[in-house]
Design a protein around this ligand. Structure first.
Ligand code: FCB
Length: 464
């Protein structure tokens, strides 16, 4: 695996998110986020886990930054917790702002570029109590929060991401009910989607005016592959998933319009009434980069499911798909490919194809960064104390090769962030799924660099 293909300016990093790593959920002024609240209802999170302590990054931050430095990371992608810096979305919390200020200083000191995400799913519960993302006014509240963070960190942070995977924080959170706040209201989910776009546009416009250098958003994009390309039902189901999961995000952001087929697919929910004059112009602010998160493709069929289809293959089990896909279903994954501990297919060529396709389909596409890619496996600690996670090493290498292949095919990819720096709170899966290139012992909080972390460090070294 040679990193030279990437050039010395390629940005190698690792990513985390506040609710997944920080812990200190009710310390120094922080109040409930929707994930703290959601985790209290039995059955929402596997094993009854909560983000209360997470992996204690709030207290171990300097040690974690030292670890990043040892790995040779050039950038660290983290998110700010809205409920920490503006508890209950009320008065600013100096202690919360200070935590991020110290983090940024520590990173800069270690020559690691801070890559800041404003929204990685953890809205203050107090905002959800007023309707959350289904309420248009939440876009304005988000803007105020974004400006507060920029006022405190804008002198040192150059790279700003508004949202991480708005698909998850709209459709999965408000329609499928699998993520906080756990609502199953299709129209609220569509409202959440539009209002997050709006919040993105408002924040980009304002932060640009305040001098932010690099502004963008991260989307989780997929290749929706018809299971049987000769079956019109499968082809249409794939079109529908592509519209709902990819183009309903890409087109308003990049082209200032919603796709026609998406509008007719969701017409029964009166989506068009949510979009006011001027909204689309505001949403399509020029951006400086697009973050792409990709883990696997989706193999899609529109054929009725055979009786006895196991859980995981029913339409209602598809995060973010129900209730918008009718009888179509996404199969996860029926193709003859290896799978990770999440059941996700290992298909690096999907990442290459996606990155290349984006450049071909959107002529005004800004530079791309792979802001998340990685794999969960059931790691074992060996007698020597090491974690020989050969599967994750292979996944990492194959996907980095896929990025190189995409660049060779013309994709303008400028960086790659491994998900994740640390094992962490994997949302509805709790602590059951480990994505880290660094292991965390959840009893002692001890960090151990896995073989995948060593392999990543070696790759970064080889590329400079
Ligand atoms: C992405 C999320 C990230 C993490 C990975 C596995 O959808 O952005 O927080 O949970 O999946």
């Amino acid at each position: 695996m040679s990193g030279r293909r990437f050039g010395e300016h390629f940005l190698w990093g690792a990513a985390t998110a506040a609710a997944q790593v920080e812990g200190a959920a009710h310390e120094s002024g922080k109040t409930d986020s929707i994930w703290d609240h959601f985790a209290r209802t039995p059955g929402n999170i596997a094993g009854g886990d909560t983000p209360e302590r997470a992996v204690d990054h709030y207290h171990r931050m300097p040690e974690d930054v030292a670890l990043m430095r040892r790995l040779g990371l050039r950038s660290y992608r983290f998110s700010v917790s809205w409920a920490r810096v503006k508890p209950d979305d009320a008065a600013p919390n100096p202690a919360g702002l200070d935590f991020y200020s110290r983090l940024v200083d520590e990173l800069l000191e270690a020559e690691i570029l801070p890559w800041l995400t404003l929204y990685h799913w953890d809205m203050p519960q107090a905002v959800e109590d007023t309707g959350g993302w289904a309420n248009r006014d939440t876009a304005r509240r988000f803007l105020e929060y974004a400006e507060l963070v920029h006022d405190h960190l804008g002198d040192r942070v150059t790279h700003w991401t508004t949202f991480n995977e708005p698909l998850c924080s709209s459709l999965i959170a408000y329609a499928a009910g699998e993520h906080a706040p756990g609502r199953t209201e299709p129209r609220a989910a569509l409202a959440a989607l539009h209002h997050q776009h709006l919040a993105h546009g408002l924040a980009v416009a304002s932060l640009r005016e305040r001098g932010a250098q690099q502004l963008g958003i991260t989307l989780n994009l997929t290749n929706a592959v018809p299971d049987d390309p000769s079956d019109p039902a499968d082809v249409d189901a794939a079109r529908r998933i592509d519209a709902l999961w990819n183009r309903a995000f890409l087109e308003p952001l990049l082209l200032g319009r919603y796709p026609e087929d998406f509008l007719s697919d969701v017409a029964e929910h009166r989506f068009d009434e949510l979009v006011r004059d001027g909204d689309l112009g505001l949403i399509a602010q020029p951006i400086d980069f697009l973050g792409v998160n990709h883990y696997h493709d989706d193999n899609v069929s529109g054929r009725p499911l055979p009786p006895g289809t196991p859980p995981g293959l029913r339409p209602t089990d598809k995060p973010g798909a129900s209730p918008f896909v009718g009888s179509e279903h996404v199969t996860f994954p029926p193709r003859d490919l290896p799978r990770t501990a999440m059941g996700w297919e290992v298909n690096p060529d999907g990442l290459r194809a996606l990155l290349v396709r984006l450049g071909r389909e959107y002529p005004t596409l800004p530079p791309l960064y792979v802001t998340e890619n990685g794999s969960a496996y059931d790691d074992a600690v060996s007698a020597d104390g090491a974690v020989h996670d050969a599967d994750r090493v292979a996944y990492l290498r194959a996907h980095v090769d896929a990025v190189a292949a995409a660049i060779a095919d013309g994709a303008d990819v400028r960086g790659y962030f491994a998900w994740s720096l640390l094992d962490n709170f994997e949302w509805a899966w709790g602590y059951a799924k480990r994505f880290g290139i660094v292991r965390v012992d959840y009893d002692t909080m001890e960090r151990t660099v896995k073989d995948s972390g060593l392999a990543f460090a070696e790759l970064i070294r080889a590329s400079s």
